[in-house]
Design a protein. Structure first.
Length: 94
């Protein structure tokens, strides 16, 4: 990821406007906006969020503009539409 600047950008998560610094990951931006639950576990529907923050665990899997992405490995940028992963999309091969 590039270095962060002081420039603020905005994107949406579940139709909620969120702010990030340019160069910040989606995961870091969501956390700083108070959002910690990114999806529900498939079996028990328990809240899941960020865990390793380096792309190994895939707990931060989200949909970015309609495509699956790891929030910890994806840079936040203006006009992104980020949503939770639901149903069969969670189980599909990454």
């Amino acid at each position: 990821m590039p270095q962060m600047s002081g420039e603020k950008i905005s994107f949406t998560f579940e139709n909620q406007r969120c702010f990030a610094l340019r160069g910040q990951s989606i995961a870091a931006a969501l956390f700083s906006n108070g959002i910690k639950t990114l999806r529900l576990s498939p079996a028990r529907q328990q809240p899941r969020g960020m865990f390793c923050l380096m792309g190994s665990c895939q707990e931060c899997l989200v949909m970015v503009n309609g495509k699956r992405a790891l929030a910890c490995k994806t840079e936040a940028s203006s006009d992104l539409e980020v949503t939770r992963v639901t149903g069969a999309v969670q189980h599909a091969a990454f």
